[in-house]
Design a binder for this molecule. Structure first.
Ligand code: FAD
Length: 493
């Protein structure tokens, strides 16, 4: 059967509600809760035997700020004006960004934190000042992106915006989703049907979406939506055909980061109904050159033996930069003082060790003299606390003067970095799905990684942007669908 079913061809409906939510991950559960809070009856259809999705697998770090700061930021003594937050996001995504979505997020992110707390998600009034992807100390606020790194420091004042559930470390997803799923389960206005994969959207003669067909117990069930359908089915990193088509440069060397349901169903359904998928070639690429933080003292060189980035940058920006080097090859050069194994990149391999830089260069096969020149130049300036090429912060500058020296391979083929997709349906900030001409597909909404949201590139990504975006846009889509006029049921429902 196709992804579109004509309303006129449906002989019998198995049920009718106001709003149908397709996918019970972070975006979906938030859409359901908000649509229900607005007075709509909600049916959630989830492909697997339980909800959660990639959101539940995640640390559920959320990137939030603005309006003077979230309650947590303010209580921990950090001010974060909306202008500062907007400047940072603009520095992150430039022309890739959707200004209307950035505005909506900047305006609403602080309230979003309060909503999460009101739902019962616990946050600790404690700040982690270290350099790590996720604080393992149980603290709830930390720096997660490029806020303290050049060139971002030229555009906005550094403020920590990573909000983590209390005492959860990498298991924050279980905490946050545990709370939200329980709230949805006990909400009388919400019906959840698991083992129900949405296969098709039902459209009327005018092209408006008014229901779905889902496979349940090996039979297609048809559900009518009086108000709207929200697509919240995650991204497409598990769909080999789609990743080969859209992010070819990464196919084959990447570790697919997500739940098995990330097969792009929501995007494919949305485009079949007239929606436009955008930003499809962009993905989060994780080259975690820290923790431990001391590895930030190392320098990265490409196969020409030349530096290409300030190493105090966030790991996804490093991923983007490595991807752009010749043959996607890159190496960390480091001395004995700061050498350590990277905590999250078990495949990173030492390719050369030597008592001198020349020895390392020879053993590694880098072009004669290139690494020596790079290290000599770096050392001369690091001794004065300067990095004239890439402006790495003085806190992370020290000359390499304690042999032995090592070169560690961070090439993508060696590393197999974790990757997830950042492309999806074009939507308004309300979640309404747009056609290529940016007309609204009536009755259809998308949220989370099914849509192209706030995070648009690996170069600008910061930990927490995806869950913040998914839950934030899920709420908005749920509210917008619930605000739509109810259309009467067709006969037979
Ligand atoms: C290990 C890991 C750690 C991460 N850590 C973070 C982090 O700390 N912070 C951050 O911002 N991001 C993080 N991310 C990314 C982030 O988790 C996801 O991008 C985000 O949670 C996606 O949310 P979503 O609601 O769009 O999709 P999901 O949470 O994946 O939900 C989609 C749901 O839709 C269901 N579904 C799919 N197809 C259908 C269908 N046809 N019919 C019905 N249901 C369907 C799926 O089964 C799933 O339950 C991490 C990702 C991973 C894998």
């Amino acid at each position: 059967m196709g992804r579109i079913v004509k309303l006129s061809s449906v002989e019998r409906f198995d049920g009718a509600v106001d709003v149908i939510v397709c996918g019970l991950g972070g975006a979906g559960v938030c859409a359901a809760l908000e649509a229900s809070a607005a007075g709509s009856s909600v049916l959630v259809l989830e492909r697997f035997s339980a909800g959660g999705g990639s959101t539940q697998m995640s640390a559920c770090e959320m990137y939030l700020g603005g309006n003077g700061g979230t309650t947590l930021q303010r209580e921990l003594g950090f001010e974060d004006s909306s202008e500062n937050f907007r400047n940072y996001l603009e520095a992150c995504f430039g022309d890739y960004a959707d200004p209307a979505k950035v505005d909506a997020f900047v305006d609403g992110a602080a309230e979003h934190f309060d909503w999460m707390e009101a739902q019962g998600v616990p946050y600790k009034r404690a700040y982690f000042d270290g350099r790590d992807v996720v604080a393992l100390t149980g603290d709830s606020l930390q720096y997660t992106g490029n806020e303290r790194a050049w060139p971002f420091t030229e555009r906005s004042a550094a403020v920590p915006r990573g909000h983590l559930p209390a005492d959860a470390g990498h298991s924050g997803g279980k905490v946050l989703m545990g709370v939200l799923l329980e709230n949805a389960r006990t909400c009388t206005g919400i019906t959840i049907r698991c083992d129900a994969r949405v296969r098709s959207l039902i459209v009327d003669d005018a092209g408006a979406v008014c229901g779905v067909a889902a496979k349940i117990d090996n039979r297609l069930h048809y559900f009518f939506a009086h108000q709207g359908v929200v697509l919240s089915a995650g991204g497409f990193i598990m769909n080999e055909q789609m990743t080969r088509q859209h992010i070819a440069g990464l196919d084959g060397c990447a570790m697919r980061h997500g739940n098995p349901g990330d097969t792009g169903d929501g995007i494919l359904l949305g485009t079949a109904a007239g929606g436009h998928a955008i930003n499809m070639g962009e993905a989060f690429v994780c080259v975690a050159h820290y923790p431990p933080p001391q590895l930030t003292f190392g320098i990265f060189v490409n196969e020409q033996g030349q530096r290409f980035l300030n190493e105090d940058t966030y790991l996804a920006r490093m991923g983007d930069a490595v991807m752009r080097q010749t043959n996607q090859r890159a190496f960390m050069f480091i001395d004995n003082r700061n050498f350590a194994r990277p905590a999250y990149q078990e495949h990173a391999q030492i390719v050369a060790v030597g008592e001198t830089v020349e020895e390392v260069e020879r053993e590694s096969g880098l072009p004669g003299g290139a690494l020596q020149q790079t290290v000599a130049f770096y050392n001369a300036h690091a001794a004065n606390g300067q990095d004239p090429l890439f402006h790495k912060h003085a806190d992370w500058l020290s000359p390499f003067d304690e042999p032995p020296f090592a070169l560690v391979d961070y090439s993508l083929a060696t590393l197999r970095p974790a990757v997830f997709t950042l492309g999806g349906l074009d939507t308004l900030p309300s979640g309404e799905v747009l056609t290529p001409d940016r007309d609204i597909v009536a009755g259809l909404y998308a949220a989370g990684r099914t849509a192209a949201g706030i995070p648009r590139t690996s170069a600008g990504y910061a930990s927490g942007m995806s869950v913040a975006d998914a839950t934030f846009t899920g709420r908005r889509a749920g509210r917008a669908a619930a605000g739509r006029d109810r259309r009467p049921s067709p006969g037979g429902v």
